[in-house]
Write a protein that binds this ligand. Structure first.
Ligand code: 13P
Length: 252
């Protein structure tokens, strides 16, 4: 089923104290104002997950996610965090393949396929990110590029496993730049991706929730979410302000 989802990606922001305060504000506003059935997820820094899990227990409308996991189950990987650990602190989601991780940590489609497998093994819903650079868009290769990100990391999955995946299309040129893709640019790509997913997984592929990310904010969320193939958003900067974040979730 195509769920309406708004997920906040806090990236590397907020001390523990500030993060707990932000999560508390998000829960309070969501509990009193959010009635449209949207699923709201907070993807916090890993070190905040346990504490924020405690905060989220005071309501029912906000879920917890991580921003990454390592591509191995366990063992001698100093500094890394496993899918099982993320699950054990109460998260239900994990962002995988964000463009910042692909760029700064050289994550490849093959590594991401392994991360997707582990996320699913431990019952974490992957929010799988894809998106092109401005140069790729200007060269006219953006659609094929983004399709290949999906096929190379996801198309080994069985339909049953694939059905649990959420996609986030985040054009790199729109992330943190204040330049949002126009609703038409986003819709066009989402439609291409849905067709691509349906060509592999049929109805299951067609029913994928595909989120848009890149300078989404309260003032443009309504127009983005009204597009037929946009099922929600993955929100960076605006997720750091509780009022703005929930106003985005209310925009369906
Ligand atoms: P901004 O909303 O800050 O552009 O970030 C988008 C993003 O990268 C979410 O994962």
């Amino acid at each position: 089923m195509r769920k309406k989802i708004v997920a906040g990606n806090w990236k590397m922001n907020k001390t523990l104290e500030a993060g707990v305060q932000l999560a508390t504000e998000v829960v309070n506003i969501a509990e009193s104002e959010l009635n449209n059935g949207a699923t709201v997820v907070l993807c916090t820094p890993a070190i905040h997950l346990s504490a924020v899990a405690g905060v989220l227990k005071s309501g029912k409308k906000v879920s917890l996610g991580a921003q990454n996991i390592y591509q191995k189950e366990s063992g001698a990987f100093t500094g890394e965090i496993s899918a099982e650990m993320v699950k054990s602190v109460g998260a239900g989601y994990v962002i995988l393949g964000h463009s910042e991780r692909r760029e700064y940590f050289s994550e490849t489609n093959a590594q991401l396929a392994e991360k997707v497998n582990l996320a699913l093994k431990y019952n974490l819903t992957p929010i799988f990110c894809c998106g092109e650079t401005l140069a790729q868009r200007e060269a006219g290769i953006h659609i094929d590029f983004v399709k290949s990100q999906l096929s190379e990391s996801l198309f080994h999955l069985s339909p049953e496993d694939y059905a649990k995946v959420v996609i986030a299309y985040e054009p790199i040129w729109a992330i943190g730049t204040g330049v949002t893709a126009t609703s038409q640019q986003a819709q066009d790509m989402h439609k291409e991706l849905r067709t691509h997913l349906a060509s592999k997984y049929g109805k299951v592929g067609e029913n994928t929730s595909i989120l848009y990310g890149g300078s989404a904010k309260p003032s443009n969320a309504k127009e983005l979410f009204s597009q037929p193939d946009i099922d929600g958003g993955l929100i960076g900067g605006a997720s750091l302000v509780a009022r703005d974040f929930i106003d985005i979730a209310k925009a369906f």
